[in-house]
Design a protein around this ligand. Structure first.
Ligand SMILES: NC(=O)c1ccc[n+]([C@@H]2O[C@H](COP(=O)([O-])OP(=O)(O)OC[C@H]3O[C@@H](n4cnc5c(N)ncnc54)[C@H](OP(=O)(O)O)[C@@H]3O)[C@@H](O)[C@H]2O)c1
Length: 288
């Protein structure tokens, strides 16, 4: 069977890098950058139309956008232009393509956690509202549409492990929250679901969650220190202050998605042990 042609927007970003390293050889992926001049500005409708006139794709994995919470809060227009309009432009320019939007746990309010695929979005941030709007826009404009919601993706390029590595290796203490919970997504689990989706003969439409087990920021940092052989006492338990913008519990539930696709989620201890080995070797792990 001929492999479907897959366009990957946002290929120069964090998720794009993880996806291309993980799946590059297994699927017919066409990466689309922007600042490298390899693709159109997705905010520009005509530029996207002109790009589409040069060739078609069966599937679009749409990663491009912004995850800058502060910038979205400061300018809802910026959030709209980067996180909603590109999806509408792609759906108009590629009316026969299956679009897979990568969305976020921030479509939920973050006050109770355990959000399932069936829970209605109720975002508490401008970023979350823009991503929720993109989910609805996709359902409105794209005839074939899938949403994959991730929690913070982690691999060696992710911000939190990089911060922990820099601080702990310098012997500096890190204050990590015991009362902020999330379900960070291990990059191999992210690649695993896309591998399944892109290998399917019939597209799977709907909303799917891909995340790790629920964990506090403190417990994650503690695991990390132990796995890397740093003094775990350097990770200090801190409490979220009233002014802190981190949401108390953004955790997702992915049981339904795992059951549907036969996926098993990697425990954080295993993932962090693997991450630690690649940090020690200075290599970026490939998807297995
Ligand atoms: N990272 C996570 O943990 C995570 C978790 C859940 C959901 N997400 C979602 O996944 C998406 C990607 O996340 P990321 O971490 O990969 O973000 P990122 O590292 O900031 O990358 C953003 C990507 O979007 C591209 N882009 C920005 N403006 C563009 C424009 N006007 N036209 C075309 N492309 C444009 C960038 O291209 P250039 O670099 O070439 O400018 C870059 O490739 C975001 O929308 C975010 O909401 C991310």
């Amino acid at each position: 069977m001929k492999k479907p042609r897959v366009l990957v927007t946002g290929a120069t970003g964090h998720l794009g890098g993880a996806l291309l390293r993980g799946l590059g050889g297994r699927h017919d992926l066409t990466p689309l950058g922007f600042s490298r001049g390899e693709g159109p500005d997705l905010r520009d409708r005509e530029a996207v139309q002109a790009f589409a006139a040069r060739g078609s794709f069966d599937t679009i994995v749409h990663l491009a956008g912004t995850k800058d919470l502060a910038a979205c809060e400061a300018s809802p227009r910026h959030a709209w232009e980067l996180n909603v309009l590109p999806l509408v432009h792609l759906a108009e320019a590629f009316p026969r393509a299956w679009i897979i939007l990568i969305s976020t746990d921030y479509v939920f309010s973050g006050d109770r956690g355990g959000y399932t695929e069936r829970d209605a979005p109720a975002p508490g941030t401008a970023y979350g509202r823009a991503k929720a709007a993109a989910e609805f826009a996709g359902a409105l404009f794209a005839p074939c549409f899938t949403v994959i919601r991730l929690s913070a993706l982690y691999d060696r390029a992710a911000a939190f492990p990089k911060f922990l590595e820099a601080e702990l290796s310098a012997g500096r203490p890190v204050d990590a929250y015991i009362d902020v919970f999330y379900t960070p997504t291990w990059h191999e689990d992210f690649c695993a679901i896309l591998d399944r989706l892109l290998g399917m003969e019939v597209s799977a439409q709907g909303v799917f969650h891909v995340c790790g087990p629920r964990i506090s920021r403190y417990a994650f940092a503690h695991f990390y220190a132990q796995a890397r052989g740093f003094d775990p006492a350097l990770v200090r338990a801190a409490k979220r202050g009233p002014e802190n913008r981190l949401l108390p519990d953004l955790s997702l539930d992915c049981q339904e998605t795992c059951a549907r696709f036969g996926l098993s989620i990697t425990p954080h201890a295993d993932a962090i042990a693997r991450l630690s080995r690649t940090m020690a070797q200075g290599a970026t792990p490939a998807f297995r």
